[in-house]
Design a protein around this ligand. Structure first.
Ligand SMILES: [Zn+2]
Length: 338
């Protein structure tokens, strides 16, 4: 396959001029962050992404999202992969197996992210920014300029030359961050689970692509990786639904084909809280330690997703026939019975 700077060729060539039948296959992925132990919510999303790929005869890719390396405990990646394999999931490519799109750890893919940022800077779709978080908060005072991601960036550095931005950042003892040159475009899209997702009223903003410490932002890394790995279907948790328009804006700015998105509901605790570290959800490792079988765990996950699991004990392979992510209930789920 021809590549340019590590990227697939432009969309028309990727989709229309490949000769190998394998290159047309559907490709799905699961992309865990090994910042803690695999909990039932993670396992459920992984199972659904795996079922989506396998029910379509597609390849399944495991990609480790470990950009925030300070938060990755030693051994966490291996423990997470062990738990996923214990459940009966398998993958064709991944950090433990290699593959044609290696490396499969984001911490080893910095050159690809920097290459994409260079292209965006060259095409005027990105700019350097010297502002600290406090600067952005001060400059953006209207309350409607804030959302849950923090205050909306007021465009302070947009009109400045790169030398001036560098000098301003250096005066504060750091390198500039890089931001996307958002154009306020209102991007709506169709999600296979949620249906039509309307655009945010504010449109695409100047979100961060690379932090001042040189680390690529999630929004950039996930787009670069899914495109470079030729992922055609992205099945992931619906906490990322609101990030998707920004990612679509990046695909377009980079001239890359946009995958199909299916955002599956998150798992709530019995008291209605989202599974997260602070709610101390039971880890798959805890279930293993107290002797619960993988068939019982997969059975409970299947029942929570409305999938047939006679007797509550199934393997992932039992669920492949007839699986449709589009038929999933979009309401949050509770996993019980374990
Ligand atoms: Zn700035």
């Amino acid at each position: 396959m021809g590549t340019l700077g590590g990227f697939p060729n432009p969309p028309a060539m990727v989709r229309g001029e490949q000769s190998s039948p394998a290159s047309h296959a559907m490709r799905g992925r699961y992309a865990p962050s090994p910042t803690g132990r695999l909990h039932l919510g993670n396992a459920r999303t992984a199972l659904l992404a795996w079922l989506d790929a396998r029910s379509r005869g597609g390849a399944f890719i495991m990609r480790v999202e470990d950009l925030d390396r300070a938060r990755v405990p030693a051994g966490a990646e291996q423990a997470m992969l062990d738990d996923l394999a214990w459940l009966g999931l398998d993958w064709d490519e991944g950090p433990d197996r290699g593959g044609p799109y290696a490396p499969y750890r984001q911490s080893e893919r910095t050159a690809l992210y920097d290459g994409a940022i260079d292209r965006l800077l060259a095409s005027g779709r990105a700019f350097a920014c010297a502002c600290s978080r406090a600067d952005v908060a001060r400059a953006s005072q209207a309350p409607h300029d804030s959302d849950e991601d923090g205050p909306r960036y007021p465009g302070t550095c947009r009109g400045l030359g790169s030398d001036e931005v560098r000098a301003r950042a250096a005066a504060q003892g750091r390198a500039p961050a890089i931001r996307f040159a958002g154009d306020g475009a209102r991007i709506d899209f169709v999600d296979e689970v949620h249906g039509a997702v309307p655009a945010d009223a504010g449109g695409i903003d100047d979100f961060v692509l690379r932090r001042a410490d040189g680390t690529a932002a999630y929004q950039l890394a996930v787009v670069v990786d899914d495109a470079a790995m030729e992922v055609t279907r992205v099945v992931r948790g619906d906490d990322l639904l609101r990030s998707t328009p920004r990612q679509i804006a990046l695909y377009r700015a980079l001239g890359l084909p946009v995958p199909v998105f299916a955002h599956v509901p998150l798992v709530l605790t019995a008291s209605g809280e989202r599974l997260a570290k602070r709610t101390r959800p039971e880890a798959v490792a805890d279930l293993r330690a107290r002797g619960v079988s993988p068939a019982a765990v997969v059975g409970a996950l299947a029942i929570s997703a409305g999938l047939p699991a006679a007797g509550g004990r199934v393997t992932p392979a039992d669920l492949v026939a007839g699986f449709s992510v589009a038929a999933m209930d979009r309401r949050p789920a509770v996993v019980s019975g374990l």
